[in-house]
Design a protein. Structure first.
Length: 598
């Protein structure tokens, strides 16, 4: 690393940040001009001669997935609680190699008291194959309403090899332990997760280096019916609307280490310089030191980046490294988050969805130079600032070997000024222009569902039918969930077949793998992917690594750097299939599940 790099990455260690000189605390969510922006959809989806054949097909009805998240909006209480929505968790709970779908339920209001907030049960759908699902909520033990829920994260908290579920919401957390691949049992108290503060997204990773599933739990604001101000319509003296988060204090988040089977909160040891109203989190290795770091999307407050210095020492460096605010020095209203190597640098760049009048933020990882705000340079200014963005993910939907982007949108107030409540999703294709990687709007080519408006919230990507083409599951507030099958339109590009490689990693002792780095050698090109904990918004996606091989099919080398530094290398015998890579084992094994294309 150069001297300049040492200085930049070391700034947070001594508490000196150049960003602090120009950082401005933004007091409201007023409109912010975006230089060079234009209306949403200005970039045609048929650019570069791409086919207009739809990329995705909504199959919710034929798949048997029929469920709506309930926000309680019908009571007309105008609470900020109803603005957050719910999430999606993709989980192979029965171990058959097919991803099942869990959806959080939300809640409703019966009175303006604490007892008047009632939870609605979530829903578990078992994957039967052939893109067919069956509702197994009751038989799986997940029919209890519980509390007003928001998010769901998949983890193996007792490290028995079976995925468990952690559900977040207004009232804290609920841990569901997978007993036998058929039924879940609540073990919240046993796990020590008894804090009842408002929780949103959760990231899972081995943050202490002990091989345990530690947690970063995002928490939001101090709203209650005892602290429920009447907020007028924007720009009006009369009427009522949902209050902005600036009307409430922040609730401290939590960072839990698992010690002796019980979670212990270490938040007071972190002491970030700014408060955070936290909604999204992703755990990923951003500085290539083999340790999982934590990036947090905060609403109406600066985002955080906690660098992992080992031995449970996490240092907040967001402003020093350029990922806490936008290019104007203002914090945004941030919700969804993800990370990937979008530009072929081999480094994890960060991505955040934001409030209206704000661009979604792309922070390009410049290595020794920290991060650079790259939204405009990557072509995202063309989206304008009309969206209120939530669930999001990097995913290679056309299997060309470059990670694309998707995010869903929907307003948080009932009567927005100059914007719609229900909004279109956005699909962005990663392409090369002017000698650099850029994103072009491919929304229209996404298919009929992408041309509709909705109150989008949670989003998860995953290969639901094991055909090597990533699918989507989206949760909407007060309207049905959407299951989108990737039609594999890009399977043949210019008459040349596109191929893919699927990797399922298994750590020693079933330890969590957020922070692992996978590199695949494809001829002269090296493809880098990162295993993440959390990501998107209130949701958990496919834990496997799916790599598009483009027009090539030769994989000469696969390497995995496991969290905390050890590296392994494998030779892969074939493509267009999933391989299981176990830590410490020299040979790759065929993974469970059968490739399906219909």
């Amino acid at each position: 690393m150069s001297l300049r790099g040492v200085v930049i990455w070391g700034l947070c260690s001594v508490g000196l940040t150049a960003a602090a000189v120009w950082f401005q605390v933004r007091q409201s969510r007023g409109p912010m001009p975006i230089p060079g922006s234009s209306d949403f959809g200005a970039m045609a989806g048929t650019a570069d001669g791409q086919s207009v054949e739809p990329l995705f097909e909504e199959v919710s009805k034929s798949a048997g997935v029929d469920f709506s998240y309930g926000s309680g909006e019908a009571a007309d209480f105008y609470t900020i609680l109803e603005s957050l929505g719910g999430g999606v968790a993709l989980i192979d709970y029965d171990g058959d190699g097919l991803l099942d779908i869990y959806l959080t339920g939300g809640g409703k209001f019966t009175s303006r008291t604490a007892h008047g907030i009632e939870g609605l049960p979530g829903r578990m759908y078992r994957n039967l194959g052939q893109m067919k699902f069956r509702d197994v909520t009751i038989e799986s033990g997940l029919s209890k309403a519980g509390f007003y829920s928001h998010g769901a994260v998949v983890l193996d908290w007792n490290q028995d090899g079976r995925p468990d579920l952690l559900v977040s919401g207004y009232g804290g957390l609920v841990m569901y332990q997978n007993e036998d691949g058929r039924r879940f049992y609540e073990v919240t108290g046993e796990a020590g997760l008894t804090d009842d503060r408002w929780s949103t997204s959760v990231g899972v990773g081995d943050l202490w280096g002990r091989g345990k599933p530690d947690l970063f739990v995002c928490r939001y604001v101090d709203w209650s019916f005892q602290n429920d101000p009447v907020c007028p319509l924007r720009g009006q003296s009369e009427g009522r609307d949902v209050c902005a988060p600036q009307n409430f204090g922040a609730v401290p988040s939590s960072i839990y280490s698992l010690e002796g089977g019980v979670y212990r909160d270490h938040w007071d040891e972190l002491k970030p310089a700014t408060e955070g109203k936290s909604l999204g989190v992703v755990i990923v290795d951003v500085n290539a030191d083999g340790r999982p770091d934590v990036y947090v999307a905060n609403d109406a407050s600066p985002n955080w980046l906690f660098l992992n210095e080992g031995n449970g020492q996490l240092r907040e460096c967001g402003r020093a490294l350029g990922v806490s605010v936008d290019d104007s020095g203002r914090y945004n209203g941030s919700m969804g988050v993800d990370a990937t190597d979008y530009d072929g640098s081999g480094r994890a760049s960060l991505w955040v969805t934001n409030f209206e009048s704000e661009l979604p933020a792309l922070y390009r990882n410049a290595g020794a130079g920290g991060f650079a705000y790259a939204s405009q340079a990557a072509g995202l200014g063309r989206l304008g600032g009309r969206n209120v963005g939530f669930g999001t993910s990097f995913f290679d939907y056309d299997n060309d070997g470059w990670e694309d982007l998707v995010f869903v949108n929907g307003h948080v107030v009932r009567h927005p000024v100059g914007a719609d409540v229900r909004q279109q999703p956005v699909l962005l294709r990663n392409t090369e222009k002017h000698g650099r990687r850029m994103f072009v709007d491919d929304t229209q080519r996404g298919g009929r569902w992408f041309r509709q408006t909705a109150l989008g919230r949670g989003l998860a990507t995953g290969d639901l039918d094991n055909d090597g083409w990533p699918d989507l599951v989206i949760s909407h507030s007060n309207s049905p969930v959407a299951v989108l099958r990737n039609r594999g339109v890009g399977a043949s590009a210019g008459g040349v077949q596109r191929h893919w490689l699927g990797l399922q990693l298994q750590g020693r002792g079933h330890r969590p793998l957020a922070g692992a780095t996978v590199t695949v050698q494809l001829g002269d090109r090296t493809v880098t992917r990162f295993l993440r904990g959390g990501g998107s918004y209130l949701s958990s996606g496919d834990p496997r690594v799916l790599i598009g091989l483009g027009e090539g099919e030769t994989v000469s080398d696969v390497r995995v750097r496991w969290p905390w530094g050890e590296e392994q290398r494998w030779s892969i015998a074939g493509v267009d299939r999933y391989w299981l890579l176990r830590e410490g084992e020299a040979e790759a094994a065929a993974a469970a599940g059968v490739a399906i294309r219909f």
